[in-house]
Structures are given as structure tokens and as C-alpha cells.
Design a binder for this molecule. Structure first.
Ligand SMILES: [Zn+2]
Ligand SMILES: [Zn+2]
Length: 123
């Protein structure tokens, strides 16, 4: 399958595909993050997703948007630069309002250094 072209205009980060459902970001400071697309889809920062995550849509009895598909079905159709500081991801479920700033992506980094495990915190 052909993967969408990645923005190359950021001075903060270098994006590359690891596999068709994993995106890697190499940061300028030497750190590297590998994101599962499903994780990024779930972490969509747009107002609709945030509202839905808080269950407001359900309370009102409306589905704000379709549920994200299963992990290995999550695909990016396009990834567009938004200025130099963010990217917009168009998902294969049609969702496209999420703008991921590099700042936000860095905070999302799922690696052990950025997200210490509960075990580590205990010891
Ligand atoms: Zn969203
Ligand atoms: Zn990290």
C-alpha cells in the first residue's frame, strides 16, 4: 500500500513511516517517538473528539462521530503540514479536523522516558 507523503517543512521534527500503521518522529534534540496511528487517532485534539471523550455526546443521545475503527484498520489518508508547527491528519474514517501541533505530539510520546510506567513510579 502507498503511504501518504509526510510534511518535510518542520524545523522541529522529521517524520517518517515505520510501517503502514506506525509513524515515527525524530526530534531535533535527538529524541525519537514512534506513534501507532490508532493511538494518534484516539488522541485527536479536535473539539469534537474531546467533547466525545467526555461523554457529552452520549449524554445528549447523539453520536458526534463514528467510533475510530480497530487498531490495524486505522490508516492515514493524508498528512498535511499546517504552517511549520503542526500537521493535519486525514483519517480513513473520514475524520480530518484534528490539528496536531508538534508540541502536542511531543507530549503524546508513548516512550518509557516520556511516560514512566506505574512500576517505575512506585520504586
Ligand atoms: Zn477529532
Ligand atoms: Zn519519548
Amino acid at each position: 500500500m502507498e503511504l501518504p507523503e509526510l510534511p518535510t517543512n518542520s524545523t522541529l521534527a522529521h517524520l517518517r513511516w515505520v510501517s503502514e500503521n506506525e509513524l515515527s518522529i525524530d526530534w531535533r534534540d535527538g529524541h525519537a517517538s514512534v506513534f501507532l496511528l490508532a493511538y494518534l487517532r484516539k488522541s485527536c485534539p479536535c473539539a469534537l473528539c474531546k467533547e466525545d471523550a467526555h461523554g457529552l455526546g452520549l449524554k445528549r443521545g447523539i453520536r458526534l462521530q463514528p467510533r475510530p475503527p480497530l487498531v490495524n484498520e486505522v490508516k492515514a489518508v493524508a498528512i498535511e503540514p499546517v504552517g511549520r508547527y503542526a500537521i493535519q491528519i486525514v483519517w480513513n474514517d473520514g475524520h480530518r479536523t484534528g490539528i496536531y501541533s508538534y508540541d502536542y505530539l511531543r507530549k503524546l510520546c508513548p516512550c518509557k522516558d516520556c511516560k514512566p510506567t506505574a512500576d517505575k513510579a512506585k520504586s
